[in-house]
Ligand binder design. Sequence first.
Ligand code: HEM
Length: 571
Amino acid sequence: MFLVTFKFLWEYVSVSSLTEILSLTSIILASLLFIHYLYLEIKLLWNLPPGPWGVPLLGCLPWMSHGSPNSWFNSLAERYGNIFSLKLGTNLIICVSSPKALRELFNRLDSTARPHTPLNGLLGGFGIVLSEGELWKRQRQFLTEKFRLLGVKLWKNQPFEKYIITEVQELLKKIDNSKDIPLDPMVVLGRHVHNVICELMMSFRFEEGDPNFALFNERISRGMELYGSVHVGEHLACYLKLPGKMAVIKEIKKNLTDISKFHEDHLRARLEKQLKSYRYFDEDIFNFYIKQLHDEYPAEELPNLLAKKTDICTLEDNIADDLQPEQNPFTNDKVKDLLHCFLEQIQNEKKDNDAPSIFVNKNKVKQVVQVMNDLFSAGMETSRTSIVWILIMMLREPKVAEKVRSDLAEVVGTGELVTLEHRLDLPYVEAVIYETLRRVSVVPLGTTHVNLNDWKIQGFTIPSGSSIIPLLNKINMDPNYFPDPEKFLPERFLLDGKLFVPDYFMPFGVGRRVCLGEQLARMELFLFFANLMNYYEFALPEGESMPSLEGSFGTTHAAHPYTLVFRKLVA
Ligand code: HEM
C-alpha cells in the first residue's frame, strides 16, 4: 500500500506539489498529536480529584504560604473536599483527609515509594525513612524484628524499659537540683529523650555537660532550619541553582556529613572494639570502610583491597583458632543494641551466601549509618515535642491535671516511680497523651508517599508517581470525627473505662509505612509524662503568659519556648 502510494506520488505529482503535500501531512499529523495530547490532558484532569488551577511550570507554588503549607492545605480541603489535587512545580500533589481513603491507599504495597526530590536525593536512597523498594522492605522487616528482640514493647518487664526509666530518673534528679529556677522543658528533656535512642542504637548515653551533645544537637536544629529555607526546591529543581540557595545546599551536605560522622565514629569504635578480639586486626580494611563512607578512598586502591579482603565479615576467617566462642563478638548471642544486630547480620550473610541480603547490594556502612541518622531525626524531635505539648495541656487544663494526679496517687502512690506495669491501670493518663497528640498534631502532614501504579479512588484517578500527602491535622480537627475539636477532652479515647483508639485517629500514620517507633514513642511519652506528674506540681513563672497552641510548623508542630517552675509533691 505504502509502495503503491509512493510510486503514484513519484510518477504523477510534481516536486513542488510533493513538498506541499508533505508539509500539509506534517501539519495534520502535528494537529492530530496535539489533539490527542489535549484529550489525554483533559481526560486526566477530568478524572483527577478537584483542586486549584496553577500556572505553567510553577503550578500553585506562587500561592503557597511561606511557612508550612499545613493551614493552606487545610483551607483547600475545606473548599475541594477530602481528596484534592494540585500542582506544585511539576509535581502532582494529592492531599487526602479521609481516614478511610488513607487506610485503603497506604495499606497497598505500591504506596510505599517516596518522592524523588532534590533534597531527598541528598541521602542517596539509604536508611529507612526515604529508602524504597526491596531495600526498604528488608530493612523494615529487620528493624521491626530487632526492636522486638531488644524489648521495645509496651508491656511490663520488657528489657528496654529500664533504659527509659534510667533517663526518667536522671531527669527527676536534674529537676530536683534546679531549686525553683525556671526550666525550659524542651531543653531539659533533650539529652534524656536523645539518650533513649542512643541506648537503643549503640548502648551509649551522653553525660550531663558533654560538649559533643551540644554540637550534635546544634547540627540537627541547624539542619531543620536549612531544609525549611529551601523547601520550595523540592518542587522546583532550578530554584536550588540560585546562587544563595546553592550555598544552603552546600551547608546541608556538610551538616549531613557531620551528623553521619558522629554515628560513624561510634561504628568505628564498636568495630575496633570487636575486631581487636581477632588475632589479625586489619587496619587497612577497617579504614577502607570508614573512608568509603565519604567516597574518599581512591578508586585505584580498590582492586588491591579487594584482592586482600574488602568486607569486615571476611575477617571472621582471621579468628584465632584458640578464641573461645564467648569471646567471638559475632557469635555471642547476647543481643545488646541495633549496632550489634547489624554487625551480626553482616557476619551471618557472609556465612550464608545464598540468603538474600538485607542490604540489597548497597554499601553496608552507609546504610547502617543512615539508619542511625534516620532514627534520630524521626524519633527524637517528635517524642520530645510531644512531651512538651502534654505539659502545656496540663497548664491549660488544671482539672485534667488534677484527675491525672489522683489516678496516679491511687494506682502508684504520689512520689513513687511509675513503670509500664501500671500502664493498663492508668487509661486516663494514656487518653491525655492521645488527646494531646490529636489536639496539636505533632506531625501535621505525616510523611509523603508516592504511588507506583495508577489508582482509582472515590471515582478519581491518581496517576502513578503522584505525591500523596496525608492531612493528619485536618482529620484531627474534623468535627465529624472529633465533635468540638477545639476542646481538650481525653474522654474521647475512653470506652467502658478502658483506652479506646478509633481507627480514624492516626498520629503515627497508617499502612505499610506506619511509624516504626510507635511502641517506643508510647513507652517514652507514658513514662516521662506520668513520672513528671507523679513527682511534681509545675507552673509558669510569675507574669509569664500561657503558651499558645499555635506553635511553629515544620516537619513537626513545635511549641514556642516557655519555662516551668517545678515543686516536689512529696518532700
Ligand atoms: C510521638 C512521637 C512520634 C510520632 C507522632 C511519630 C509519627 C510518625 C509519622 C506520622 C510517620 C509517617 C508514617 C508514614 O510514612 O505514613 C512516622 C514515620 C517513622 N517514624 Fe515516627 N513518630 C514518633 C516517634 C518515633 C520514634 C521514637 C521513632 C524511632 C526511634 C520513630 C521512627 C520512625 C520511622 C523510622 C519512620 C519511617 C518509617 C518508614 O518509612 O517505613 N518515630 N512517624
